[in-house]
Design a protein around this ligand. Structure first.
Ligand code: SF4
Length: 509
């Protein structure tokens, strides 16, 4: 426990026992302290009286336990390139990177959206994976490992492979993704002055999003949408406000919560009665922008917000299942401006399936109209390029080639700058490698190892592909037919592949 940390729960004391584990975050300490999933996972295990658990980050200098005492070493794996940091953390503690090169302990595992969607490119490095919501499985995993620590590595892994939601590559089988009920509200269990979002109490209002945009992993990996009951949310908000005045509401689409407006109203009333509260929310859906919501945000100190519109034309928004009209967008901007926001950032994607030059021109046209009708209001645009993600209706769609995407990126930057609008586009080349990893199979294990050894920059990806003779367009750019066997088919996620095929046909034909 660091001096700047404030625990909002009672860690189990008197931990005289023989089982210690590390829960690792593949990034620096300040980011780890703003990662709700990671901290909550730590808290659930830290509450067990017979397990010693320690948090480890990229910049951890001294550890309480020696690596030789560690039985389990778990990593949260949220971004495609997290493997680079994970490998460097394993090497820092002299742990062999491949599972077959390691003795029994520590058993190394990973959980999080990347490996839940498709663990195959990384399967040789981890002894097992947690597939899905890990809150409850983790406790079972720890229990099995502790109670069977005298057994061989193979025996322990066999036992773990029998737990629903655990994938052990050395005991392959179909794995059902676990879906937590969300019967408890998840919130920041440890506040820190040194967190990236300093002393901010984060509350998960909802998990998943019912909107089901055709490309969206955050939605399809987390169906059905689950919302924390209003009464529980209010109780937790009050608890948080006992410790800090900074709160953040989290969820892939928090405005999908049926009581989102009531929650905003509750906070707004508190501010109006004199309580000092700073509140922030993850991005808003256009149709959730109402007077009440914006008034609350501005009263709570928020000056700008992000609206995800994904595509500039109504036609393309329909194709991706983001059914927003232009009128709704204009109306949202008007409400935001009239209720005190200083600016809005619009988020979109380029290279979405069926996109044409007309769709891009429609984006520019939309920006022009917004700018014209909202003089003095700060408008900016951010784009990333389409990356096909497993378990979504667009998982069969190849990515457009890099040259053509770079052309689209330049067009948008040029046209929006002409209008005096700031525009940022993510790196098309990095997005390409993200697509390779996201639809990759187990032939990529040596490739990712070489990417790491070669320094992890863009050039390293290219060189590693050449060295391992991997035709990477096969993963990033090819359109697959519905009967193609996909590397992640063994991971069963509701509503299932037949539904995804139907949805793909409905949206794209
Ligand atoms: S609205 Fe946002 S979170 Fe929901 S499915 Fe669409 S992109 Fe995903």
């Amino acid at each position: 426990m660091k001096k700047t940390e404030k625990y909002l729960y009672k860690p189990s004391v008197n931990k005289e026992n023989d089982f210690a584990m590390w829960m690792a975050f593949p990034g620096i300490y300040s980011f780890s302290m703003s990662s709700l999933g990671y901290l909550w996972m730590f808290k659930t295990i830290d509450s067990l009286s017979d397990i010693n658990i320690e948090r480890i980050c990229l910049d951890t200098e001294k550890t309480v336990y020696n690596v030789s005492d560690i039985k389990l070493f778990g990593f949260s794996f949220s971004f495609d390139t997290d493997f680079l940091t994970i490998f460097s953390m394993l090497e820092k503690y002299n742990i062999a990177l491949k599972s077959k090169e390691r003795e029994k302990f520590p058993l190394v595992f990973a959980g999080g959206p990347v490996v839940t969607a498709n663990p195959e490119p990384y399967k040789e490095f981890f002894d097992f994976f947690i597939i899905g919501d890990g809150e409850d499985i983790n406790l079972q995993v720890v229990r099995v490992c502790k109670e069977n620590q005298h057994r061989s590595k193979e025996e322990i892994l066999k036992l773990l492979s029998d737990i629903e939601g655990v994938y052990v590559p050395s005991f392959p089988k179909e794995v059902n993704k676990l879906t937590k009920k969300l019967d408890e509200c998840i919130y920041t269990p440890i506040l820190s002055d040194n967190a990236f979002f300093k002393n901010t109490f984060i509350i998960e209002m909802a998990r998943g999003c019912y909107n089901r945009c055709g490309f969206c992993l955050a939605s399809y990996l987390n169906l059905p949408l689950r919302c924390v009951p209003y009464e529980d949310l209010i109780k937790i908000i009050d608890t948080g406000l006992n410790y800090t005045n900074k709160i953040a509401l989290l969820g892939a689409q928090i405005s999908a919560h049926p009581k989102f407006h009531e929650v905003c109203r509750y906070i707004y009333d508190k501010i109006k009665s004199g309580q000092e509260i700073e509140m922030s929310v993850s991005s808003l859906r256009v149709d959730a922008v109402t007077d009440d919501v914006i008034k609350t945000l501005t009263a709570a100190g928020q000056k700008n917000s992000t609206l995800a519109i994904e595509a500039g034309s109504e036609r393309l928004r329909k194709v991706i299942n983001k059914n927003l009209t232009e009128e709704q967008i204009f109306n949202a901007v008007k409400i935001a401006r009239e209720n005190g926001l200083k600016g809005l950032k619009f988020y979109g994607m380029i290279g979405l399936p069926t996109e044409t030059q007309e769709d891009l021109a429609a984006t520019v046209e939309l920006a022009k109209k917004i700018k014209k009708d909202n003089k003095g209001f700060d408008i900016s645009f951010g784009f990333s390029s389409f990356v096909p993600k497993p378990h979504t209706p667009f998982q069969w769609c190849g990515r457009e080639n890099t040259k053509s995407l770079e052309g689209k990126s330049s067009f948008l930057k040029k046209e929006l700058h002409k209008l005096g609008i700031t525009c940022h586009v993510s790196s098309i080349k990095w997005d390409y490698w993200q697509a390779v990893l996201s639809r990759g199979d187990d032939s990529l294990n040596d490739f990712v190892l070489d990417v790491y050894k070669l320094g992890g920059k863009l050039g390293a990806f290219k060189s590693a592909a050449r060295k391992n003779n991997i035709a990477t367009d096969r993963f990033a750019a090819e359109n697959y037919t519905f009967d193609t066997n996909l590397p992640w088919d063994f991971i069963k996620i509701q509503p299932g592949k037949d539904f995804l095929i139907k949805e793909n046909k409905r949206l794209l034909t």
